[in-house]
Design a protein. Structure first.
Length: 143
């Protein structure tokens, strides 16, 4: 299985380099084709890279308090996509008995999502209109 993966990646890399040598028009049209399922997988890094990849930190509540409702909404869905991608990758690698690289990324995403809910709950509590406050709390709890 290990040899298949190594040779498969080598062949895939060779095919990838041949595709990059194609004309610019063909490459541009190939880039325009987008499969939504690709968003569940992280772009492959070269196995030759010995440098560790450094990922960012989780969002702080103080930073999130400065953002608008729409910005928090967009950030929530970006984090949700990231979480789904990481969990898909972890499950796929676990099924192949491989190690999940950078497992610290998932808790960072979860912390950020939890902090967004906390900030939105704070805003709902501070809302002077009780009906609007109740509606905001329902929306936050549905997340």
């Amino acid at each position: 299985m290990f040899m298949t993966r190594v040779f498969g990646r080598t062949l895939f890399a060779a095919a990838k380099s041949e595709a990059s040598a194609a004309t610019a028009a063909a490459a541009a049209s190939a880039r325009m084709v987008h499969n939504p399922l690709q968003e569940f997988f992280e772009a492959d890094r070269s196995q030759d890279d010995d440098q560790p990849v450094v990922y960012g930190r989780s969002w702080k509540a103080s930073e999130l308090r400065l953002k608008s409702w729409d910005d928090l909404h967009k950030l929530w869905y970006v984090l949700l996509k990231e979480k789904n991608m990481l969990m898909t990758q972890r499950q796929m690698l676990h099924a192949q008995n491989l190690r999940f690289p950078n497992p610290e990324r998932l808790p960072k995403v979860r912390k950020s999502m939890c902090r967004i809910k906390h900030v939105l709950t704070e805003r709902a509590i501070e809302e002077p209109d009780p009906r609007r406050s109740a509606e905001m709390k329902r929306m936050v709890n549905a997340l």
